[in-house]
Write a protein that binds this ligand. Structure first.
Ligand code: 5AD
Length: 452
């Protein structure tokens, strides 16, 4: 202990958009307490590794990273290392044993108390300097906490936390607790402030975002109100549950100009028996009806999805049903996963003989990826030659390029520079890798001077 107060905090986030948003929230809480937020671990007095628990792979990566960061304690013995988020919640105090250099373990409902926890740790040293904050509480809806937004282009806005579903593969309800919805007026107030700062795109976040309801504000009403906030040009939301895709929601999407023509609709499997054992609470037919309803209202909509292969007991022919569904829907993008057993989830209690071998799971995953990528490439190749509106986000990999996104959420590289972030341009798609596009910037239908 040298008596100096840790003032510089570094937050490193893994996992989903909700986690990115939580990372910004922790930064906001710490900044509000006078911490300076720094962008590298080496500069920091406090390092928070904000973790994901969705698959085993995500957790292994984090443990490796924490081990690496621990090395910094050699030159900075007062360094505080915290592990936050879903993996922290899942492993709890066990993490303090597994990773001896970790000082603080904090689950997703503890962030309000982060400064207090750090203040408690500061005067302690060695083995005494260990603290876990792991209670999940129905009262914590993050009211009044402001995120420190890193992007000046788009903002993630959590409107709901936790989840009331019990999909049998999923750890989320156990690490994030029950569904809690934020007050609509507070959400709208936050989005008005975001718009006043010049941010034009918002993405509403929730584990099953479209099951949002607060008093007489169901999700479609909130979405409509958000879409009508002055200055907001693009609204997205993620991830919806198929069962809460209602005619009202589809109407709002179709009617409100600001709501983008993209829906991420996790299907998980194309087989009814598997869906039932996953407790997804829909069938292939009812999922297809939702897809049809969305497409009828918005013919140009892009659809993306999440799919798990090798769920316990999934037979080859049931896996084939998933391939069939994918070929029928033709998703613009699919995020595909091999089932990863998560301790404490119901699927791990299925008879051991049912488990799909790792090799078989990998083989199914590869076959699925081949089909989904093929479809994606076909769809995208057909879009080459069209003109799209891009919101430019950040510089690209190559000097003199910037990355933008279409309303349909396709990633596009165009000539440009960092100062273009936040601008809307129209662009002609000239080629595709299959997944992303290259485009020419247009102004009044012509390429910009000096841009080839
Ligand atoms: N194994 C593999 N994939 C999973 N997902 C959630 N839990 C698991 C698991 N145990 C996937 C689902 C979800 C996405 C975020 O992660 O497809 O939609």
């Amino acid at each position: 202990m040298n008596g100096t107060k840790p003032r510089r905090a570094y937050v490193e986030t893994y996992g989903c958009q909700m986690n990115i948003s939580d990372g910004e929230l922790m930064e906001g809480v710490l900044e509000g307490e006078g911490y300076e937020i720094v962008s590298s671990a080496e500069e920091a007095d406090v390092i928070l590794v904000n973790t994901c628990a969705i698959r085993e792979h995500a957790e292994r990566r984090v443990l490796g990273r924490v081990g690496q960061l621990s090395g910094l304690k050699r030159t900075n013995p007062d360094l505080v290392i915290g592990v936050t988020g879903c993996m922290a919640q899942r492993l709890g105090e066990g993490l303090l044993e597994k990773a001896p250099h970790v000082d603080l373990v904090m689950g997703p409902d503890g962030y309000r108390t982060l400064p207090e926890a750090l203040a408690r740790l500061r005067p302690l040293s060695g083995n005494a300097r260990r603290l876990s904050v792991l209670h999940l509480t129905l009262d914590e809806n993050y009211q009044g906490l402001e995120q420190r937004r890193r992007s000046t282009v788009g903002a993630w806005v959590p409107i709901q936390r936790g989840c009331d579903h019990r999909c049998t593969f999923c750890i989320v309800p156990y690490v994030r607790g029950a569904e809690k919805n934020r007050d609509p007026q507070e959400i709208l107030g936050e989005i008005r402030r975001i718009a006043d700062e010049g941010i034009t795109e918002v993405t509403l976040l929730g584990q099953t975002v479209n099951s949002y309801v607060s008093g007489d504000w169901p999700f479609p009403r909130l979405l409509q109100a958000v879409a009508r906030v002055d200055g907001i040009r693009r609204v997205r939301y993620t991830s919806p549950h198929p069962n809460d895709v209602t005619p009202d929601l589809v109407d709002v999407m179709a009617m409100e100009e600001a709501v983008c023509e993209h829906v991420h609709l996790p299907v998980q499997s194309g087989n009814d028996r598997t869906l039932k054992r996953m407790v997804r609470r829909y069938t292939v037919d009812s999922f297809m009806e939702k897809v049809a309803m969305i497409r009828q209202a918005m013919p140009k909509v892009a659809l993306s999805t999440d799919i798990i292969v090798g769920f316990p007991g999934e037979s080859e022919s049931e896996f084939q049903d998933t391939l069939d569904l994918v070929r029928e829907v033709r998703f613009d993008e699919a995020f595909t996963y091999k089932y990863s057993p998560r301790e404490g989830t119901p699927a791990t209690r299925l008879p051991p003989g049912q488990f799909v071998s790792d090799a078989e799971g990998q083989d199914r995953l590869e076959r699925l990826i081949e089909v989904t990528r093929g479809i994606q490439a076909e769809i995208n190749r057909a879009e080459v030659g069209t003109v799209v509106e891009l919101l430019l986000e950040r510089t690209g990999k190559h000097e003199g390029t910037v990355l933008g996104r279409t309303r349909r959420s396709k990633a596009v590289v165009v000539p440009g520079e960092a100062s273009d972030a936040g601008r809307y341009v129209s662009a002609l798609l000239t080629s595709t890798t299959g997944a992303t596009f290259v485009a020419e910037r247009l102004e009044a239908g012509k390429p910009l001077a000096g841009v080839s």
